[in-house]
Design a protein. Sequence first.
Length: 768
Amino acid sequence: MTVLNRLIAALRDADNYNRHDLAEPCVVLWTDGDCLWSPVMSLIQEAMPELLVLDPTDSGPRRGPSTVIRYLLARGEWKETPVVYLPGIARQAFRGAAGFPEVARHLYALQFQGQFWAQVNGKDWTPLAFLTSGEGGLGLEVARDTPTKDALAEQLENLLRTPLADLADKRLEAADFHALATSDPIRSLLQWMSAPELTRKEWKPSEWKSFCGIAKQQFGLDPEKDGPLTAAERLAEGQNHAWNEVWKRYKEAPRSYGGVRQLLANVYPKGLIATHDERLPTLNQEKEAALRRDLAALVDLPNHQALSRLTELCQDHAKRIKWVWVDLDEAPLAQAAFHLGVMAHQIASGLPGHDWEHLAKVYASDGWLVDTSAWRALAQVREAADSSAVATALRVVYLPWLEGLADRVLAFTGSYPTATPLEAWTLKPEPGTIVLFVDGLRFDLGSELKLLLEQKGLEAGLEPRWTGLPTVTATAKPAWAPLTMKLNGNTVSEGFEPGLASTGKPLKTAEFRNLLTEIGYTWTESGSPGNPSQPGWTETGSFDRHGHDEGAHLAWRIEDELKATAQRIRDLLKSGWKKVLVMTDHGWLLMPGGLPKVDLPKHLTVSRWGRCALPEPGANHGFRQTPWFWGGEHSVVLAPGVSAFKAGMEYAHGGLTLQEALTPFLTVSAGKAATAQTVKLESLRWVNLRLQVQLSGNWDGVNVDIRTKAADGASSLLPKDSLPKGPDDAGKVSLAIEDADRLGESAAVVVVREGQVIAKQTVTVGGD
């Protein structure tokens, strides 16, 4: 992991902040008033395909005047949220249109459509701030003197290529940054291979001479006589440890050395001298093409043979998941094949179930992996030919599995667990607890969300719950007690809404919120922290909207939506809520190319949706009718199996399948790891050799120490007979250093919990 990798990760994470708002950001703005990042922008842009650069004087690939940037934003189908770099324009310039720079005037309105990549205090990210900040940066210790700042600017490109491990656990000064230019022969070799002419031109004669000498001695290569193509051949062959170490470094950060990939594309096996398969991009391309053909050929096989063949293909291409070309987005089908392999294995394992309870238990255990693997396979591919190949595999293998599972569910229809309001589950308002309603959070997504939250240190419990029929929002969203006591099914509308018991009118959004208030919930707007002293209700999520709008392309959105939902949950817990209950209304079916169609003439229905319909009284439609959840002697027609009443529907819900009717219910609270990260060093004040520390956040179980080495308790500057102190009830700690000779030395104030440093700050003993 290099500094460049972390920089790109930080830029991409910028669009996750507040992604739970109704309008998701379509762009990230990177302001740089002092143009400190400009000298390395070519390197960053080469490693980050979604990065656009404002350049009023020149139009090139992904750069140009503000009009060109707007055109590129509107035209591009971005795999990641695009980032626009704005050199010479500070974050503060966006405060008002009147004084906004003319060169960027066409970009002013982007602030209302996206997010800024900025520090917590709203200022631009400088290279020094990114290195040192513990909130969004790398949290490294860097001297603040002028020579160090100058060295950082001079060696910024070398710094970006440097592994983070080489910078950690030490105080970085000018000499450390200058050493980056000469202390890493592998980086120098890769830098030269990536751009031979430019590198030699930029290096001083003495640097070039030194590099040639090291290359001959360490790599057996004469850069002047052998040239870069020979170096690429040696890299592909990997005949000794030195060249294998070069490959290892390249594989860690391939986008940092873009020219190396082009060199390797011109390397072919020679005679008896073997090359490593992974190191040849042309071989990877050949395997991608072969896999594309093989997946498309599944259409000619019976289901059981297709399942067996798909398993073989996935096993054959499994090793490519670890190839460097995955990181360069050149092996999408290999990535898709990994998920198709998981899907095929799980389908082959079967999914037993003799009643609703057992079926829910088995599906909640690992059956959901079939569905999540299917959409993950779709999410990997963007090109039409690749998408078509994956769609073929899903239609030949996944669709029959869905149909078989739906047929099994059909046998249990008469005993559906949540058939009426009498079987509805109960949701009790509790202070400190907020309900987060996520529209269209299918059960497999709930399982993925649980894993994501646990990775963030939160505690998440998951249980399956059956929703009301038909599985559409109007019917299913209010299908829980005590809300059920406020509604009835005396009348049914075209939208399948129940009626208000008090007025008989259909339940609409405004009335739903009023009922929440009546039973004790406080409505909390999306993005608002709410009031944890009262029971709360808030909503987020765009799974259902994207599904209806984009069909199978919903798969491209799911990962981001899950991250946005997880961020909203984290924000709520940080705002003081003790518990977040995550619920939904329904799931859905997803099938590229469309679900099978069955005919239900529209004139026989009052209302006809994709997977459900409200029949005309006495209509002879020939389909099985199911009682409406809300009763009133009303019945609805559900499309049989996984079929739809309309042609070409890639995304649909309203019927009775596990994917539509079994929903997740999550109970989320702050776990031990999350709690441990909430303490901060709010303020530090020296009075001679005594340090007054003020903590904020959750300081339960912590001690505070002053050390010369942050991670080494033996380097404490406190008296040997004095242990590190814990804070008082107000979060205050007073620490005294007895050795007056320590005055003026550099040290670190650390906060320790259970032996682990969870917060630190560099200080000068006695004050700066």
